[in-house]
Design a protein around this ligand. Structure first.
Ligand SMILES: Nc1ncnc2c1ncn2[C@@H]1O[C@H](COP(=O)(O)OP(=O)(O)O)[C@@H](O)[C@H]1O
Ligand SMILES: [Mg+2]
Length: 281
């Protein structure tokens, strides 16, 4: 038995100063196993982003978290800000909804790759460029010369998100946390980017925590799912079992709503690396 890659125990988060605090996350526990994609699903405002951000120490200054977070055998909930910074990025990559928030508008893409790599290791411009080219190709960008020499505003949304994913992968993180990474993209691009992320994550033995409000995305791309509602996790399980035999009224309601938009539970993903096997119409 191997231990989980990420173990979150009794995580609570509150916002505000004393006297005026509001609890947003109510002592949740779940794990991310090695080499899996787990979906964190729930309606807007249920606390998905807050959960994701607590793991990488990126809560806003008004937020405070409690509980225990163990990453790859090391407790990071107690780590100092400096230690968290070295874990974040290097071992846990983060991809947010809007790629243009993550990219610097005035630096070339090549420079941004270099800055990220250099922050964590001694690397030459030449080596950083070679690695950037390879990563860009791995996310399906062939025109690497042009992209590396250019700036964020020259990229389409789908291309920009691929660049952000490639930058997040440049430090070879064991875990990628993606918070609605394709919500800002149109449907076809969304699928292409998610297909690619699944392929890269599973073929390289990494894991991904995929935050989404979209059950079709969960059905198509995730191995397990955690259902969030108002700061609690109602249930966690294989996508197959949760979708065919939900234990909570709320999960059932979510599934019924998604079924109205065309989600089917036949052909749900079985544990396996191929994105082609899931049939969700
Ligand atoms: N910086 C903040 N200050 C106060 N409340 C916040 C802050 N960020 C989020 N919240 C509150 O926390 C709750 C969960 O938000 P969030 O984690 O963004 O949910 P989700 O990602 O599921 O949409 C919401 O009620 C939101 O208003
Ligand atoms: Mg969110």
């Amino acid at each position: 038995m191997t231990n989980p890659l990420l173990e979150i125990s009794d995580l609570s988060v509150e916002f505000g100063a004393h006297g005026q605090t509001r609890q947003i996350i109510n002592g949740i526990s779940f794990t991310v196993e090695r080499n899996e994609i787990i979906g964190l699903v729930g309606e807007s405002g249920s606390g998905k982003s807050t959960t994701a951000r607590s793991v990488i120490g990126l809560l806003p200054p008004t937020g405070r978290s409690f509980g225990r977070i163990v990453f790859d055998g090391n407790e990071i909930s107690m780590a100092s800000a400096k230690e968290i910074r070295s874990v974040r990025g290097r071992q846990i990559g983060f991809v947010a909804q809007n790629p243009f928030d993550a990219l610097n508008p005035i630096l070339t893409i090549e420079r941004q790759f270099f800055n990220v790599m250099r922050a964590h290791e001694k690397i030459s411009r030449k080596d950083s460029r070679a690695r950037a080219e390879e990563l860009l190709r791995s996310v399906g960008i062939n025109d690497t010369q042009r992209v590396l020499a250019g700036h964020a505003h020259e990229l389409s949304g789908g291309m920009a998100q691929r660049v952000v994913i490639a930058i997040a992968l440049s430090l070879d993180p064991k875990l990628l946390i993606a918070d609605e990474p394709t919500t800002a993209l149109d449907m076809t691009v969304q699928r292409r980017v998610l297909d690619l992320m699944r392929e890269i994550i599973l073929s390289t033995g990494r894991s991904m925590l995929l935050v989404t409000h979209d059950l079709t995305v969960v059905a198509t791309y995730c191995d397990r799912v955690a259902v969030m509602f108002r700061g609690d996790i109602l249930e966690v399980g294989d996508v197959q079992s949760v979708f065919t035999d939900p234990q909570h009224e709320y999960t059932r309601a979510l599934l019924n709503a998604a079924a109205g938009k065309g989600l089917t539970t036949d052909g749900l993903r079985e544990r396996g690396p191929s994105a082609e096997t899931a049939r969700v119409s």
